[in-house]
Ligand binder design. Structure first.
Ligand code: PLP
Length: 395
């Protein structure tokens, strides 16, 4: 299946105004998402918020099925959250750590996750151990295997980090975790929407993701997957009377599904938008999406590699559609501003987002360009030509 570029670009009004290469930040939502959300908001204005939710209950419930289809799970294993961080935190803070418990994590771990490890380590006496990288810069699977012992309580890694195209071997990690009977929490925030995600193949117990990045959903959406058998044993760290029904003055009962991690009030227009974004991606096909996004990212890297003073910073042998680089003598924020002046959106990635990796590699703030399948080859060409001009310092 190939992608009808003309059609997907016709569905993307943002491409008429900008060259959007910030899909790892927030992608351009396609028109069906925009229409579903504005249509829903209109209904809220016309008949009332509670009444609109009642009227559209089937569509809203269908969002769980859409997420489940996307990642090979069941609807009852999905909680809809306001972002990936909350989803991840709900899973992580549900685990009761004891002194000496070990948390194994990746070198490229995301800052929000790592500060939570530090907090829990401080509060409980648990220990954080970082799995070394292999020569390519990806998480080293044999090293992980050697690190397993009876004190390992959790393996929590980032699949695709925020600061580059690296794809960590998430399924190989899952195989080790399952064999050792260790909990496995996977941050799939930058993976969903740009590559196939199947929780069965990954053998993860918990997975968190966001809506606004490669899935092309609205901001303020995310989801958590928790494997059914585990979910029934996990007490959410925070509850309200939606996730836990107040059944008697002295007693509550947790919901029998992953919605025990949710709370009562939600942005239903955004949820609907997330569901439509997922259905849209599935209708195009995740495999063709991955092929095209990676093709464009590889084109970008090949062109950038030929520009003097530009250094690509992506690790690993398998690479996703996130391209990070520096331009010698020009701050990343200046590169971003000069691209913006030409109508090209990229962002920067700070050392503090992935501090361990940044320290190990002495990384400064880097420029991050992230194409998606709806970008054209012409846009990538204009981007790399602009970088060449910036590197030559002619304006
Ligand atoms: C690897 C990774 N994990 C988690 C997050 C957090 O996602 P959110 O902002 O939706 O909470 C990000 C955001 O950039 C990310 O890149």
């Amino acid at each position: 299946m190939t992608i009808d570029l003309q059609r997907v670009r016709a569905d993307t009004i943002g491409v008429n105004h900008r060259i959007h290469l910030n899909n790892a930040g927030a992608a351009l939502v396609p028109t069906p998402v925009l229409d579903a959300m504005t249509g829903y908001l209109r209904r809220e204005a016309e008949i009332g918020g509670y009444e609109a939710a009642g009227e559209q209950a089937d569509r809203l419930n269908g969002v769980y099925a859409s997420v489940a289809r996307l990642i090979g799970a069941s609807s009852d294993e999905i909680a809809l959250m306001e972002n990936a961080t909350i989803a991840w935190q709900m899973a992580f803070y549900a685990i009761r750590f004891r002194p000496g418990d070990r948390i194994l994590t990746s070198q490229a771990e995301y800052g929000a996750n790592y500060v939570a490890f530090l907090q829990v380590a401080k509060q409980t006496g648990a220990r954080i151990d970082v799995i070394p990288n292999d020569a390519s810069g990806a998480l080293c699977v044999p090293s992980l295997e050697r690190m397993i012992d009876e004190r390992v309580r959790l393996i929590a890694i980032t699949w695709v980090p925020t600061n580059g195209g690296l794809v960590n071997p998430a399924a190989a990690v899952g195989k080790i975790a399952r064999k050792a009977g260790v909990l496995y929490l996977l941050d799939a925030c930058q993976a969903v929407g740009q590559m196939p995600v199947d929780v069965g193949t990954l053998r993860c117990d918990m997975l968190s993701a966001t809506g606004r990045k490669f899935l092309r959903g609205p901001r303020g959406t995310g989801f958590l997957y928790v494997r059914r058998e585990l979910m029934l044993r996990l007490e959410p760290p925070l509850i309200d009377h939606f996730g836990a029904v107040w059944v008697a003055p002295e007693r509550y009962e947790l919901r029998p599904d992953a919605r025990r991690f949710e709370s009562w009030e939600n942005n239903y227009a955004a949820r609907l938008g997330l569901g439509v974004a997922i259905d849209y991606a599935l209708s195009i096909g995740i495999d063709p999406i991955m092929s095209r996004a990676r093709l464009l990212a590889d084109m970008m890297r090949e062109a950038l590699m030929c520009i003097p003073n530009v250094e690509i910073k992506d690790l690993g042998t398998e690479r996703a559609a996130i391209v990070t680089f520096t331009v010698q003598g020009v701050d990343a924020s200046d590169v971003k501003a000069r691209l913006a002046a030409q109508g090209i959106n990229v962002t920067t990635s700070q050392p503090s987002s992935t501090l361990l990796d940044a320290i190990t590699r002495s990384l400064p703030t880097v420029v991050r360009a992230s194409p998606h399948y709806y970008n054209s080859e012409e846009e990538v060409y204009r981007f790399t030509e602009t970088i060449a001009a910036i590197a030559r310092n002619d304006n």
